[in-house]
Design a protein around this ligand. Structure first.
Ligand SMILES: C=C(O[C@H]1C=CC=C(C(=O)O)[C@@H]1O)C(=O)O
Length: 417
């Protein structure tokens, strides 16, 4: 890890009501958008990359990142003083400690917006200098063009066989729940512009969190943690049904989901694991007795909004480390489920299903679970989607459910939809 540079940070109000995405250049953009608010950023004032580790359950990538960020000690002129103003970093962490790619990036320029207004933050190694690219007009987002689709590590059928294996092992008592994912590739004829995907995702999924960090681009419905001062909020999702073609069918599918014992079990594991993991770090935990229905354009989910109060001394990345992997992306019990994932999926998840979001120097931040996303690499996009498997799961239904989750990025990658 390199010694952090001396940084000069300045945040000023910005009289501007353009779409946040209009500010973004196409080169390595960073974004976290939620219903018109959020942060977009570009350039790199500092970065830490956390290496893969071999110890099971290792949280070193989170603690090392937190230490690095706390050690930056910049000179700050923050005339905005809102969550996200002043020194901030975008981050994205690998699902498995054995995978590479976990990182925190402090951008050179960020534009933020919340209910109180818009602001501009510049971060550099010189006081009072504004980067020239701030004033440069950007080329508009490029369409994606024709795509060639291929399977990843497993075809849908092979993956269904792994789901059946997991169900057998669950019934045999090896674990209670495991979330299994599969990957697919889309190949364009030229580099894919993340801004094009972000604009489509933000328009189609305004209640989700549209993000891009180091090419990992998506719109997740699942908020791992939002921290404002000592207040934590989280939205636990687990349990999925399709949307109906008519109002009546849609309501019936939602009602079936709310009454399904299999989905209730899948959801309960996720809420219970969150409660257990937050207990040492929080003084209060409040979750509804029954989950609500969250309706998205592609699917509907069982959702539990959770509130908690952070104990003094606990840091945001401590909480992220304690919560990951939730039973919505790992399983129950965690260690057995993660081991099963390594064996059954036959692939490296990379940063799919890992925490993605941003943090500021006061510890405020928003971290989602990187779902409904694709890893962009030039003209290639690697899409990953998964499903919670419990004793009552059926492979054909899980294949259909994974396809519905792939649909988010398939549509975002498709011009003219
Ligand atoms: C693992 C994914 O979704 C999780 C989040 C919500 C509902 C889920 C489910 O019902 O299986 C999954 O646990 C994914 O989108 O790849």
């Amino acid at each position: 890890m390199n010694a952090p540079p001396q940084l000069f940070v300045r945040s000023v109000p910005l009289p501007d009501d353009r779409d946040l995405l209009a500010h973004l250049p196409d080169d390595a953009p960073l974004a976290w958008l939620h219903g018109g608010s959020g942060l977009v950023a570009w350039g790199e004032a500092a970065r830490v990359v956390l290496p893969a580790r071999t110890e099971p359950g290792d949280v070193q990538r989170f603690t090392a990142a937190a230490r690095w960020f706390a050690g930056l000690e910049p000179q700050v002129d923050d005339q905005v003083r809102r969550p996200g103003s002043g020194l901030m970093a975008f981050g994205s962490f690998a699902f498995d400690p054995r995978s590479d790619g976990s990182t925190l990036v402090v951008p050179r320029v960020a534009v933020g917006r919340d209910r109180s207004g818009t602001w501009l933050t510049t971060i550099g190694d010189q006081p009072g200098r504004h980067p020239a690219e701030l004033l440069a007009p950007h080329a508009p987002p490029r369409p994606v063009g024709p795509l060639r689709w291929t399977d990843g590590a497993r075809t849908a059928e092979d993956w269904g066989t792994q789901v059946a294996t997991a169900v057998r092992r669950i019934r045999g008592g090896a674990y209670d729940k495991v979330v299994l994912a599969r990957d697919r590739y889309a190949e364009a004829e030229s580099p894919i512009d993340p801004r094009t995907l972000l604009a489509r995702l933000a328009a189609d999924y305004p209640t989700c969190y549209a993000f891009t960090v180091d090419g990992l681009t998506g719109a997740t419905p699942e908020l791992l943690i939002r921290r404002e001062g000592e207040d934590l909020t989280s939205l636990v999702l687990a349990g999925t049904a399709p949307r109906g073609g008519t109002e009546v069918e849609d309501r019936r599918l939602g009602q079936d989901l709310a009454e399904s014992a299999k989905n209730a079990e899948e959801h309960r594991y996720a809420v219970d694991s969150l409660r257990d993991r937050l207990a040492p770090l929080c003084t209060a935990f409040d979750a509804p007795d029954r989950p609500e229905l969250l309706r998205l354009a592609n699917v509907q989910h069982l959702a539990s909004p959770v509130r908690a109060t952070l104990r003094p001394g606990a840091s945001t990345l401590d909480v992220v480390a304690a919560m990951h992997p939730t039973a919505a992306v790992g399983g129950t019990p965690t260690e057995a489920a993660v081991e099963a994932i390594r064996g059954l999926e036959g692939m490296d998840r990379g940063r799919y299903a890992g925490p993605v979001g941003w943090i500021d120097a006061d510890g405020n931040g928003e971290w989602g679970i990187a779902l409904r996303c694709a890893q962009l690499d030039g003209p290639r996009a690697r899409l990953i989607a998964g499903c919670g498997i419990v004793a009552g799961s059926r492979p054909e239904e899980e294949i259909t459910e994974a396809d519905a989750k792939f649909e988010v990025m398939r549509a975002a990658l498709t011009d003219g939809e």
